[in-house]
Design a binder for this molecule. Sequence first.
Ligand code: CP
Length: 306
Amino acid sequence: MFKSKHLLGIKELSPDEINHILDTSSGFRDVLRRDIKKVPPLRGKTVISLFFEPSTRTRTSFALAAKRLSADDVNFSVTSSSVVKGESIQDTALTIQALGADFVVIRHKSSGVPHILSKILNASVVNAGDGANEHPTQALLDLFTIRSHKKKFKGLTVSIIGDIAHSRVAKSNIYGLTKLGAHVRVICPPTLMPAEIDKMGVEVFHSIDKGVRNADVLMTLRLQLERQSTGFLPSLREYFKLYGLTQERLGLAKKNAIVMHPGPMNRGVEIASDVADGPQSVILEQVTNGIAVRMAVLYLLAGVKK
Ligand code: CP
């Protein structure tokens, strides 16, 4: 079913492969609801996480996913490693493989690093976020969360609001949602819209009020201040005024619309606190679903003939 032993991006996956991951995730979500949450399929395997950027959700849920599948999981600390003495990313990854890694889960600030490692490692490489390129497991858990509320993708309108240009989450979600038949709207100031947006099969809005009208899903994005140079925005206060998701704007979407955010959130910048904590928010459910989805990814990659 799965053609590659690596998960580098949603761009490379077929709709069947995405649906297969989502179906497999459902099974693992049931496992996680049991008293005993551990199953044996990855016993004897080793998952090593290499995070060159900070993470709360992705790193922790990969660690839990590995443990729940009975794998050994090792968290590589970049700041106390030989990376600080100048060891290259390639040498670091080969060293980790020599220590017995079956899976290398990598997050890096530069786009394409997981792709480079996939060419030199025998271990399965899983992209946990590469620069502004892709964050495939985040998109898969977002798709899983949408499907569990809306049951299907065809006919759904998903409005993605925020810093599209710098967001790997937006790109992976656009690939996934359009492959599965959803209608995707992207909403942001012209300065935060990527140049290639016309080729991505989405509808572009610069007005949030127009972009959220009658939507089924509102996906807000973190404003990625660390990836921006100056001049993209007049001020954070101005950004919230023009693009922040407020109760009033949420009222323009469908009554049963769900509110999503990949985290970490800038409350009062891209989303109002009462919306983030309100009854339509599924933000914490996204986090919980991340474990089942990452279990599915590790499990399915382990089954690919090497
Ligand atoms: N959504 C996400 O990637 O969160 P973390 O940076 O906490 O992993």
